[in-house]
Design a protein. Sequence first.
Length: 160
Amino acid sequence: MIERGSQWAKEMQTFLLDRYAYASHAPPLHGQAAEEKRQNYRDIRAKAEVEAPPPEPKPGKGRPKRTLGRNVLRRLKEHEDAVLAFALVEGVPFTNHQAERDVRPANVKQNVSGCFRTQQGANVYARLQAVISTCRKQEKNVYAFLRALFAHQPVSLLAG
């Protein structure tokens, strides 16, 4: 949207990046401060409504075609709590990159093979991927952990 010259998109980007910079070194906002930021967010959305109004319905046709800007704006409105969660809730990351990285191997596996042959096979694969992902996050040696696991030696992924 910014590349297409949208002022509201640039303003929203600046707002979210400022919130990210603040949230990365300060506690989450509460009370009046949180409500002020929500209002700032809503004000930018209101400007977007003026800058990118909905298309005029054409008589005899179905619903009007939604533009890219209107789709983004609709999602920003519907998912306001999720969009602002990183700034208002402690422990919520700014992006979902880690979640996407955790899901990607299963997606690739499914796309390459077409599907999992059985539900049990899918469950086993999901459990192994969860163990591997957890080992990496806890900076444990994945190979050594899996070797110990399959050798029926005691292992633990509990933090601490």
